[in-house]
Design a protein around this ligand. Structure first.
Ligand code: NAI
Length: 315
């Protein structure tokens, strides 16, 4: 029953989210994990999550929760997982040695038609695929958490990844209703984290210099910049902000941007700056106590669903 087969390696947070996304588009999904108990837990969790989404009217795709769940099965043999797979999405913990040994195992099993994509948020694909036979079929497809509610997927090829593998993955992501972006070559941090870290760096500097509170620094994004960024990116935003568009904007404000940028301090080493870290954590935990994180995540996800609906109406 169902469409083409998708294999998922690692049935944790991200593996489960991918399983739901692929099933929502009618693909047959097989979930692999090292422990059988882990697979069983994942399948039970998925059944419950799909039902909850359906009850809330937030289920993606045209099939019922029960029909989507029917498309998902588990296995504990890599050999079984790779068989006849169109695409394999790797979602094991973020440890380079673990990924390297897993990719070496997958390399000998992989069929010629299968694309193998990693969900990694930090490792460039060349770091684990360089010496492998089937390296031209491997790339990174990096989602953002929670993938079920945030459509972006960054596709990052290694120097030897074929254009066909990238394009096929792009089409597959579109078929899921995700919004893929393609990097033409690999770079540390990909695009999303490079941009996210630039923001975090400046927020850190402003807060640790005592210029602004954690709550207000976050509001600059959530009540200000982020309102526009939810609809359009930073370049289109400034394109709309000058009578003659973006060229006019940068001619007018380029000097000011450079002048302000020259006052940015050095890159903070956040884990090592104990005093700033303690103060930022104190303020953040005052806003959202650690015991309230789960409830806050649930509220975020619920509103992301509604935001996604609203965004679909924006041309
Ligand atoms: P997780 O810890 O929730 O799940 C990892 C799963 O992999 C566990 O079920 C574990 O049993 C399994 N596993 C461990 N060793 C294995 C092996 N050798 N073979 C098969 N399965 C194995 O981790 P999570 O958060 O789902 O992350 C997975 C990947 O997704 C990582 O590369 C991470 O960087 C990436 N990612 C995570 C995001 C997040 O917010 N958590 C966001 C975007 C990407």
């Amino acid at each position: 029953m169902g469409g083409q087969k998708i294999g998922i390696v690692g049935s944790g947070l991200i593996g489960r989210a991918w399983a739901m996304l692929f099933a929502s588009a009618g693909y047959r999904v097989q979930l692999y994990d090292i422990l059988e108990s882990q697979v069983t837990t994942a399948l039970d969790g998925l059944r419950e999550e799909l039902q909850q989404l359906e009850a809330k009217g937030a289920l993606r795709g045209k099939l019922t929760a029960a029909a989507q769940y029917e498309l998902i099965s588990g296995c504990t043999q890599l050999k079984e997982l790779v068989q006849d797979a169109l695409h394999i999405q790797e979602c094991v913990p973020e440890q380079l040695q673990l990924k390297r040994s897993l990719y070496a195992q997958l390399d000998v099993l992989l069929e010629p038609q299968t694309v193998l994509a990693s969900s990694t948020s930090t490792f460039m694909p060349s770091l684990y695929s360089e010496s492998l036979e089937r390296r031209s079929q491997m790339l990174v497809a990096h989602p953002l958490n929670p993938p079920y509610f945030i459509p972006l997927v960054e596709l990052v090829p290694a120097p030897w990844t074929t254009e066909e593998a990238v394009e096929r993955t792009r089409q597959l992501m579109l078929a899921l209703g995700q919004r893929p972006v393609v990097l033409r070559r690999e770079i540390q941090g990909f695009a999303t984290n490079r941009i996210q870290y630039a923001i975090l760096n400046e927020v850190w500097r402003l807060v640790s210099a005592g210029i602004i509170s954690v709550a207000d620094a976050d509001r600059v994004l959530s009540d200000g910049l982020g309102m526009r960024y939810a609809l359009m990116g930073s370049l289109e935003t400034v394109h709309l902000n000058a009578p003659g568009g973006i060229a006019d904007y940068f001619q007018r404000f380029g000097g000011e941007i450079a002048a302000v940028s020259a006052t940015y301090g050095p890159t903070p080493d956040m884990g090592a700056e104990a005093e700033s870290l303690a103060e930022i954590a104190r303020q953040c935990e005052q806003l959202v106590p650690l015991e309230a994180l789960q409830a806050r995540r649930a509220a975020r996800d619920e509103f992301l669903t509604r935001l996604a609906e609203l965004k679909r109406q924006f041309p």
